[in-house]
Write a protein that binds this ligand. Structure first.
Ligand SMILES: Cc1cc2nc3c(=O)[nH]c(=O)nc-3n(C[C@H](O)[C@H](O)[C@H](O)COP(=O)(O)OP(=O)(O)OC[C@H]3O[C@@H](n4cnc5c(N)ncnc54)[C@H](O)[C@@H]3O)c2cc1C
Length: 472
């Protein structure tokens, strides 16, 4: 049985507050509304308390408190979950966002990051040494949620997913014990953490393998935009081109509205477009050769390719998508971009409902597809693309419109997909969609869940039901 906030006596919460190094924020406190807010402005949950943990001991205290008092636990790091799973009504939110230190070892090519880091924190730390570990396409996203779900980004073709570069993780388990999971310690847990999301415990720090990139961390990248009328031709060219490119070059394709802000040329502001954002991380003396097919193709509206530190490209779109906008997502993996799919993209690209709304397809071939599908929990390793349709707008009055556009688009596109979607782009879509995301790996994940969290203590997530446990 779970406890509601009304039942949680102030006295009990005071005991928890006294036991923490970090702050405990409860309803009525001045900072409560700010502390309960997550990145997606559509999410409006009222937790019983938010514990802003300072260290691992605080996390352990919270996990034990939740269990002792029958209070649900939500775990939040960067707060970027589309479905808003870092917060829940009447729950105790274990907020790791104050735990943000990083330690780089240039000799070992590793970085250790506390779970509250954003990818901006990690890139800042590693690019100073000319290195990076594979992450995503934005700096403000949390390391923890992204890394635990898979991690698809600019470096996936060359160095694999984020989970393929995870060396170890410190995890507070449901019984409050702390373990280190790696290939040689709790290897079953380590397998499950690499894609299984927040199901197995609270990760307090990660150690990742790093790679030298570009010219001491300076890559060549940026967007190339084409008229939306050319989307069919561009997508057919792109789907053939990407698999033929050296793995040092990757590019994700998008349908978008050109933002009405510098550095975009004013004459293009507000124009619907098909864009590809490229990132070349190889040696600069080979860059012209690698980028030649990109530079010589079609009649682009804008070519924004230029040398820049990797972390500058990573944070290039952060300003366009500040926290607090309304977001509604839909996702699928695609083995191919079929002609039928391209027609659907064209149709819904013409109907982009708001300036922020967009569709992205991220390549997950190359190194990411050489890892066997059962080597980690992340199951979609056939090559191809991870797709996401995102309705976005600052105005809550448009929430239904952006959601409906995303749902309709997804319904028409889904038959061309590989079946399941990326766990980190799922909304609250039910067990079938969670199982489809893991395909053949779901059964093994349920076994590991049964071993490490048989009571399903960690269930405010894309939930894996424990085999032989609660809900199993
Ligand atoms: C604008 C935007 C851009 C994105 N771009 C990319 C991208 O390029 N590539 C990509 O792969 N994904 C991307 N994502 C998806 C992203 O990976 C997920 O939203 C991810 O959950 C974000 O992690 P977080 O820590 O910020 O989220 P949170 O909301 O803090 O957490 C999400 C969930 O992860 C789990 N979790 C969080 N922290 C911990 C922890 N310390 N221990 C255990 N479980 C934990 C919990 O279940 C939690 O509910 C993007 C999301 C957004 C909103």
């Amino acid at each position: 049985m779970t406890t509601t906030s009304a039942d949680l006596a102030a006295e009990v919460l005071e005991q928890l507050a006294d036991a923490l190094r970090g702050e405990l924020i409860v309803p009525g406190d001045a900072g409560y509304d700010e502390a309960r807010a997550v990145y997606n402005g559509m999410i409006d949950k009222r937790p019983a308390a938010i514990a802003r943990c300072r260290d691992v001991a605080d996390v352990i205290t919270c996990v034990r408190f939740g269990r002792d008092h029958g209070i649900e636990l939500a775990v939040r790091s960067g707060g970027h979950s589309a479905a808003g799973l870092g917060v829940a009504d009447d729950a105790l939110v274990i907020d790791l966002s104050l735990m943000r230190s990083t330690t780089v070892s240039p000799e070992n090519h590793t970085v250790r990051a506390d779970a509250g880091c954003t990818w901006g924190d990690v890139d800042h730390a590693t690019v100073a040494f000319g290195m990076a570990t594979p992450s995503g396409f934005l700096a403000s996203t949390g390391v923890a949620g992204l890394a635990l779900g898979g991690g698809i980004g600019y470096l996936s073709r060359r160095f694999g997913l984020t989970v393929d570069n995870l060396l170890s993780a410190d995890v507070v388990l449901a019984d409050g014990t702390l373990v280190t999971a790696s290939a040689s310690s709790h290897s079953d847990l380590f397998w499950a953490l690499r894609g299984g999301g927040g199901n197995f415990g609270v990760v307090t720090s990660f150690t990742f393998r790093c790679h030298d990139i570009g010219d001491h961390g300076t890559i060549i990248g940026g967007p190339v935009f084409y008229d939306l009328a050319d989307v069919g031709e561009v997508m057919r060219w792109y789907r053939e081109l990407v698999p033929s490119l050296p793995e040092e070059l990757s590019g994700w394709i998008a349908l978008l509205t050109i933002p009405p802000v510098p550095p975009f040329p004013e004459e293009l502001w507000g124009r619907k477009a098909c864009g590809i954002v490229w990132c070349y991380t190889g040696p600069h003396d080979k860059a012209d050769e690698a980028l030649e097919p990109v530079r010589s193709y079609g009649s682009p509206l804008l070519v924004g390719l230029q040398p820049m530190p990797f972390n500058v490209l990573q944070s290039a779109f952060d300003g366009l998508y500040p926290a607090g906008l309304q977001w509604y997502w839909r996702t699928d993996f695609f083995n191919e971009i079929s002609d039928t799919a391209i027609e659907v993209h064209h149709k819904y690209g013409e109907q982009l409902p708001t300036g922020h709304s967009t569709m992205h397809m991220y390549p997950i071939d190359g190194a990411a597809s050489r890892v066997p599908a059962d080597a980690t929990a992340f199951a979609y390793r056939n090559g191809g693309w991870a797709g996401v349709i995102v309705g976005v707008d600052p105005d809550p009055a448009n929430a239904d419109r952006i959601s409906q556009w995303a749902k309709d688009y997804w319904e028409e596109l889904h038959p061309t997909s590989a079946g399941g979607g990326y766990i980190n782009f799922l909304m609250d879509e039910g067990q079938d969609r969670v199982q489809a995301a893991y395909r053949g790996n779901y059964g093994r994940l349920a076994q590991v869940k049964g071993r490490y969290d048989p009571d399903n203590t960690f269930h405010i997530n894309q939930n894996i039901r424990p085999a032989n446990g609660v809900g199993g």
